[in-house]
Write a protein that binds this ligand. Structure first.
Ligand SMILES: [Zn+2]
Length: 307
């Protein structure tokens, strides 16, 4: 289980203010944009964001701490616990996202299992729904604003390939899954981002969670959309704000100016006698208005360069 405290370099008594400070430092350092898109820093960044999300949310933190204590206890029991992957019992059977272990920022499905096996009576042949999985995903601003598709890679339970999900014989359990019938596999999914989706919105991708057992249905994948900061653009609801530097000559006399939008270049007319801080709205060049075809505006704020 990922140690969120270790990831952020803090301990259980670190005050919230300090956690926030620590997170900002680490997020800056490991942001994919400042690391030439390195896969390692992307993973680091993901881990830092997840740790921060959980440890700064009272409810999630409590659940996380309980899970951690739980798995530490479990480690001492050795052979009596057949390892992980044994998603028996009807935990989460209702199909709802209960905010239980699967929703507690529990990004390691093994921990869900530990909880599930201890809480549920053993019913090995019962059809069981797979786990819901919840993660955060960083999405570029332009994709959040205009929609698009992004690849997302994650781990989930699938049927054990070696035994085909039988778990082997009682006396000779499948060596690959140790009789648990499932194994963890890393999968990549193309995720559709709806145009104009709000920051922090959670997308539900049905049946992309863990596979069910004994004919049970798969769980869902829940992805919380986190907008990546953009070097130029800032989103304010459906509008996109951008600051543009102009020369004192252009500001004084006015004239045409090429401006970059989210998805194109546009020529606007700078008015004569423009002052720093004045704005020009380009209608329909902002973010999409969710579920509609219309778009907000691009708000260009002029800044006159020093002569
Ligand atoms: Zn197997």
């Amino acid at each position: 289980m990922a140690d969120f405290y270790k990831i952020l370099g803090i301990d259980r008594n670190t005050p919230l203010k300090e956690i926030k400070k620590r997170y900002r430092e680490l997020a800056r350092k490991h942001h994919p944009d400042t690391n030439q898109g390195s896969k390692e820093s992307e993973n680091r960044f993901k881990a830092i964001s997840e740790a921060y999300e959980v440890l700064t949310n009272k409810k999630k933190r409590l659940q996380y701490d309980q899970q951690q204590a739980h798995s530490r206890r479990g480690q001492g029991r050795g052979a009596r616990r057949p390892g992980w992957g044994h998603n028996d019992g009807d935990f989460d059977f209702s199909g709802g996202f209960k905010g239980g272990p699967a929703g507690a920022g529990g990004h390691d499905p093994r921990d869900d299992f530990r909880q599930a096996t201890e809480q549920q009576p053993h019913a090995p042949n019962m059809p069981t729904r797979g786990f819901d999985l919840q993660f955060m995903v960083e999405v570029p601003l332009a994709t959040v604003a205009l929609g698009g598709r992004i690849p997302y890679t994650y781990d989930k339970y699938v049927t054990c390939e070696t035994c085909g999900g039988t778990g082997g014989e009682d006396k000779a359990p499948c060596a690959a899954c140790r009789g648990t019938r499932q194994e963890v596999r890393t999968v990549t999914l193309e995720v559709a981002i709806p145009p104009g989706v709000a920051d922090q919105y959670t997308l539900r991708i049905p049946e992309a969670g863990g596979e069910g057992k004994n004919g049970g249905p798969p769980g869902d994948l829940l992805l919380k959309v986190i907008t990546q900061p953009h070097p130029l653009f800032r989103r304010v609801k459906n509008d996109i704000h951008v600051q543009v530097n102009i020369s004192p000559e252009l500001a004084e006399h006015g004239g045409p100016l090429e401006v970059e939008t989210l998805d194109a270049m546009k020529t606007i007319q700078v008015e004569e006698g423009t002052l720093t801080g004045e704005e020009h709205r380009i209608a329909g060049e902002g973010a999409a208005i969710l579920w509609g075809k219309k778009r907000g505006d691009l708000v260009v704020k002029f800044h006159i360069e020093e002569a």
